[in-house]
Design a protein around this ligand. Structure first.
Ligand code: MG
Length: 382
């Protein structure tokens, strides 16, 4: 029985994780859940899987939460200390890191320090502090298994050969709701259109990231550190159906891909079952009906975020932290109606170019820089 802690249990990764755990009750036990502020949903989840601990990271709620709504056997704790208590608990075997944004870094860091294996859904953790996270994981003998569908696909396709036989890692991208639009057309798109993703149902932050293709930029950086491959060995291709989740090209010209209908339950389950494979709970490919796959090269002029991703993957150091924080704030300002869609990438580039670059920062320096970036980005004007 594998005991798991789910960070971000009320988000889309978290709820899918509970579905997977429900389907494999003989193998998975939810030890603890953590959410930011959706306490009513968290309370319901405690009745569904009876965890030992439930955490609300928003401490301001401690006075207003109705404790009687939680399962009587679940201990409710608040704040960042609650997360630490959960991920370091002796019973926990694996931590599902599903908190969105840089906020997910701290919990993942504490879990790795405690020697827990990680199912990594929070790509920002790798973008902000990839080299430090990989070092820490190595020192503590932890496995980091990707949940991001593209990285899960790469992880699986990489099992077909040796590392030194790999020529290129090719990430697929759906292209988002604005695929095919020109840079000029993107100047006048609305928030509602940006929030309407054609193939994946996700939270608002990642949905906007898909529309700008910043999501793919962050995934290039994630792949760079997670698999320790240089930026020039990583590529991106547009595949609107989102069925082929990524490719690995080997030196002999063979290309390995992983396919499945778009549903996050599959990569989540694989991260939890690895190195085994269990009966799937997601929709399957239907080989009885015909289908076709399309591929396009990305339009880098319309989606300048992509170039940012490759640049940051190449430069490393402090760049990932700055790009990530600038993007988080820019998306927030776009959703608040303060910025146009096309300003998001422009703002990120401005802040990136104005920051004080360092090639090998400490975690403390990165956290300070994260704060600096957020302030700069909030006050950025055209
Ligand atoms: Mg992805």
């Amino acid at each position: 029985m594998k005991q798991i802690a789910v960070l971000g249990s009320t988000g889309s990764i978290g709820t899918s994780t509970l579905d997977v755990a429900d389907a494999h009750q003989d193998r998975l036990k939810i030890f603890g859940l953590a959410a930011r502020s959706s306490w009513e949903q968290l309370a319901e989840q405690t009745h569904r899987c009876q965890p030992a601990i439930a955490v609300l990271t928003d401490e301001s709620l401690s006075g207003s939460v109705d404790h009687s709504r939680f399962h009587p056997d679940t201990k409710l704790v608040f704040g960042a200390e609650g997360i630490e208590q959960l991920v370091t608990a002796a019973d926990v075997d694996m931590v599902v890191s599903g908190i969105v944004g840089a906020a997910g870094l701290q919990g993942t860091w504490k879990a790795i320090e405690a020697g827990k294996d990680i199912a990594l859904a929070n790509k920002e953790t790798m973008v902000v502090a990839g080299p430090l996270i990989m070092q820490l994981a190595k020192a503590n003998n932890c496995r980091l298994i990707p949940v991001d569908s593209e990285h899960s696909a790469l992880f699986q396709a990489m099992l077909c050969g040796r590392r030194e036989e790999i020529k290129t890692l090719i990430l697929t991208a759906s292209g988002g709701p604005f695929r095919g639009k020109t840079a000029k057309e993107l100047e006048s798109v609305t928030r509602e259109a940006a929030l309407n993703h054609p193939t994946w149902e996700m939270g608002p932050k990642i949905t906007i990231d898909s529309a700008t293709m910043m999501n793919k930029a962050l995934e290039v950086i994630e792949a760079r550190w997670l698999f320790d491959f240089p930026a020039e060995k990583i590529d991106v291709v547009i595949h609107p159906q989102s069925v082929i989740h990524s490719f690995v090209e080997y030196v002999d010209g063979s290309v390995m891909a992983q396919l499945s209908p778009p549903d996050m339950k599959l990569p989540i389950q694989y991260a939890l079952s690895y190195p085994e494979r269990w009966e799937g709970v997601s929709p399957r490919m239907n080989w009885k009906s015909g289908f076709q796959f399309d591929f396009e090269t990305p339009d880098r002029e319309a989606f300048p975020a992509l170039d940012l991703g490759f640049e940051v993957a190449e430069r490393g150091g402090t760049c990932g932290t700055v790009l990530n924080a600038a993007n988080e704030v820019a998306v927030e300002r776009f959703l608040a109606g303060e910025l146009e869609f096309c300003h998001i990438s422009r703002l990120c580039r401005d802040i990136l170019e104005s920051h004080d670059y360092h090639p090998s920062p400490s975690l403390e320096e990165l956290l300070t820089l994260d704060e600096w970036t957020r302030k700069e980005t909030y006050s950025w004007k055209l």
